[in-house]
Ligand binder design. Structure first.
Ligand code: HEC
Ligand code: HEC
Length: 199
């Protein structure tokens, strides 16, 4: 007899304690999975990996999408719905997840040579660091989605991505041919062995 009352009550308690224990940032981050992927592998080739990306960089991009300094038909409307005080916690949350291996092939030798040539003349690794892992507010490029890398470097060059004029100047000092080689080379880099595991 008592069970009929006791069971629903227990269920109710479970549900409400679950709701209280839930991490609100983790809940908000679920919205991002629709495009950036359940396991960190984005749905579309032109959507970037954000799992394991550097926290300062992620924060600045969210801020720039929100202010309109960076624009994108898919991402800008999402950024507009976010509370300003959630940007840093979201950036920190995603930076702590493990960068996914997209299994992109290493660039053929002649393409890699062309990319490294562009690196020598522009000095990408001076800012993005030796393994293109970036740091702080500078993006990790190694193992990023190929088509996204190509698109965003082309956007910087055309200044349709206008949130970092310095990167736009550098891309204008780089030929479209070299940009294509850089996208192939960077997408195919596997750098897990160079990163300390706390990342
Ligand atoms: C409707 C699809 C969609 C959803 C949902 C979405 N994003 Fe994005 N996001 C994109 C696309 C597409 C880009 C690339 C924009 C571009 O090409 O400039 C992007 C770019 C970004 C970037 C910049 C990354 C870089 O390497 O420059 C960050 C940071 C980001 N999103 C965070 C988030 C967060 C956090 C959420 C959830 C609150 C989210 N996104 C939800 C589609 C989405
Ligand atoms: C003077 C420092 C500097 C140099 C040199 C530099 N970068 Fe960057 N790069 C940055 C910074 C800072 C950002 C982040 C810009 C922002 O906040 O939007 C960036 C962003 C990028 C992005 C966007 C990453 C993303 O997830 O959207 C790509 C791709 C990139 N750089 C490629 C390169 C390549 C390739 C070279 C060399 C040809 C290069 N960069 C040289 C500082 C530099």
């Amino acid at each position: 007899m008592n069970c009929r009352i006791a069971l629903p009550l227990a269920a109710l308690l479970l549900i409400s304690s679950g709701a209280l224990a839930a991490d609100p940032i983790e809940d908000k981050a679920k919205l991002c999975a629709a495009c950036h992927g359940e396991q960190g592998i984005p749905q579309l080739k032109t959507t970037p990996v954000i799992w394991g990306q550097n926290a300062g960089y992620l924060f600045l991009q969210l801020r720039d999408f929100q202010s309109g300094a960076r624009k994108n038909d898919l991402m800008s409307p999402v950024a507009a719905t976010l509370a300003r005080e959630d940007l840093l916690p979201l950036a920190t949350y995603f930076s702590k997840l493990k960068w996914p291996n997209l299994q992109q092939p290493p660039a053929p030798q002649d393409v890699a040579a062309k990319a490294l040539n562009a690196n020598t003349s522009v000095g990408c690794t001076g800012c993005h660091l030796d393994h293109f892992q970036g740091d702080g507010s500078t993006a990790r490029l190694a193992g990023q989605q190929h088509d996204y890398l190509l698109k965003t470097m082309t956007d910087f060059r055309a200044r349709t991505r206008g949130n970092n004029p310095g990167m736009s100047d550098l891309m204008n000092a780089t030929s479209p041919d070299a940009i294509a080689a850089l996208a192939d080379y960077l997408a195919g880099l596997q750098i897990d062995q160079y990163l300390n595991q706390s990342q």
